[in-house]
Design a protein around this ligand. Structure first.
Ligand code: GDP
Length: 463
């Protein structure tokens, strides 16, 4: 469904700045004809799709007949509708990667009535022209932003439609029942039942199990896409900054002998086997008299609650067993998974080491000597179970999809309860419609302008 006379849009599609080559993209019914007007080499209007042509781009000839100035030598690639990214006529101009040349070329086209593309507009057109559904369009953005192998794999899988197909198929089955029930309503008084209630129950149960599985995959999906927010918690001077530095291998945190000097949160990340751990360094675990430190401490607790993982670092040289057990107790009550790590084994008190060694979960390290850090890294990776993902199961990585899945789940539970308590068809139809609505929003079978604007405005210009 190509919209005729669609305005032609233009944008730089490669990263801004100096490069060997820059690619400028145009999309719209008129794009090939417009480019042909300034391109000198061949008549582009008669060329085949998916062909590349060398030539020059020139400014218009002056009124007194003087030939227009050459802006650049370029390679023009043609994609004729509907065989293009947007399903419209698309031209990609590869020019030399100077911001000045790019600007001159774009300016020339603006004079010809082309307009600058809005963020994500190419992808939005692809969606509106039926090239992909909404979840797939969103995956394009994820794919561009993916910086780990796992994130890349999840985005690619989604872009290729794996997740969407599942949702669409389920929705189709539900639509069938919805129409049966609506038909019953049309017959009103006559007390007919087109939709077999047991079949409907079976379908809703099946839907619920699939939806729940997808929704549950978001924990993992979120980790793949956004990393694991990790807090290193411990008393002042336990060696948190030293550990962070050792893990990051660079001097980003301030290391000092004075207790409580690490007052600011320093966020940094490491990539372990495709999972990103985002570290939030903290100022200490307990309340103190010191005002500045106290702020740090309350913030620490806040941060700890937001974290998905805590590394509890205690000091084998200076801490007492009572203190360590008290902290572990507190962490157990907090409910966030944590790893127990004893630092400064190089100067450990023997009376501390012996009893703690009995706990198999405790890791002993020396942050300063970078001793046993591999074990800690392995433990970090172990806490994130990527195994599910490796088997090729669908993983939901997008919070919008997750929200919709939860809403669908709630609506389906209402349908189930309605069936159990024999509610009337009109109420049943209402709950089914709700479920259909939320499912349809995931793939974009149901959209609003606000929803689209919100999704595509997050893209970069040129995408
Ligand atoms: P933070 O307050 O928890 O961030 O602690 P720091 O990282 O600033 O470290 C406090 C002190 O402990 C510094 O003097 C570090 O050199 C020292 N330290 C850190 N790790 C070790 C270790 O593994 N062994 C020993 N002996 N000292 C360490």
């Amino acid at each position: 469904m190509q919209i005729p006379n669609q305005e032609t849009i233009i944008a730089l599609s490669t990263a801004p700045g100096v490069g060997a080559i820059a690619v400028i993209r145009l999309s719209g019914t008129e794009s090939i004809r417009i480019v042909n007007g300034v391109f000198h080499g061949k008549n582009l209007n008669v060329q085949k799709s998916h062909t590349a042509h060398f030539g020059t781009i020139r400014e218009d000839d002056s009124e007194d007949g003087k030939q227009g100035r050459i802006i650049d030598e370029v390679l023009v690639t043609l994609f004729i509708a509907p065989r293009s990214f947007t399903k419209e006529n698309v031209v990609e101009i590869s020019c030399h990667g100077s911001p000045f040349i790019v600007q001159q070329i774009i300016k020339l086209f603006l004079k010809k009535g082309v307009r600058l593309a809005k963020p994500g507009e190419f992808t939005q057109r692809a969606f509106l022209n039926g090239k992909f559904d909404l979840a797939q369009a969103e995956a394009v953005a994820d794919l561009i932003n993916a910086d780990t192998e796992a994130a890349h794999r999840a985005a690619l899988n989604q872009m290729r439609g794996g997740f969407s197909d599942q949702i669409k198929q389920l929705r189709q089955e539900l639509i069938h029942f919805a129409s049966m029930i609506e038909l019953e309503l049309d017959f009103g008084e006559e007390d007919v039942e087109f939709a077999d209630r047991q079949d409907l129950k079976d379908l809703v149960a099946k839907l619920l199990s699939v939806i729940t599985l997808l929704a549950n995959s978001f924990d993992l999906g979120n980790v793949i896409k956004n990393g694991v927010p990790t807090v290193i918690a411990g008393k002042p001077n336990a060696g948190k900054s030293t550990l962070l530095n050792a893990l990051l291998n660079e001097e980003k945190a301030i290391v000092s002998d004075i207790a409580g000097t690490t007052r600011d949160f320093i966020e940094d990340e490491i990539n372990l086997e495709g999972v990103v751990f985002r570290f939030i360094d903290t100022a200490g675990l307990r309340e103190t008299e010191d005002k500045v430190e106290a702020i740090g401490v309350s913030r620490t607790r806040e941060k700890m609650k937001q974290a998905s993982l805590i590394i509890y670092l205690f000091d084998m040289k200076n801490d007492s067993l009572v203190e360590i057990h008290r902290d572990i107790n507190m962490l157990e009550n907090l409910g966030v998974p944590f790893i127990k790590v004893g630092n400064k084994v190089d100067e450990a008190q023997p009376e501390l080491y012996e009893p703690l060694k009995k706990d198999n979960d405790v890791l002993f390290i020396s942050a300063i000597n970078k001793e046993n850090l591999e074990a800690l890294k392995n433990k970090l990776v172990e806490t994130v179970n990527l195994d599910n993902f490796k088997t090729g199961d669908t993983v939901v990585t997008n919070i919008r999809h997750y929200d919709n899945l939860i809403q669908t789940q709630n609506a389906l539970i209402a349908v189930m309860q309605g069936l159990d308590s024999d509610i009337t068809g009109d109420f049943l139809a209402m709950d089914i419609r709700q479920a259909l609505h939320y499912l349809g929003e995931i793939t974009g079978e149901i959209t609003t302008d606000d929803l689209l604007a919100n999704i595509f405005s997050k893209f970069c210009i040129g995408k």
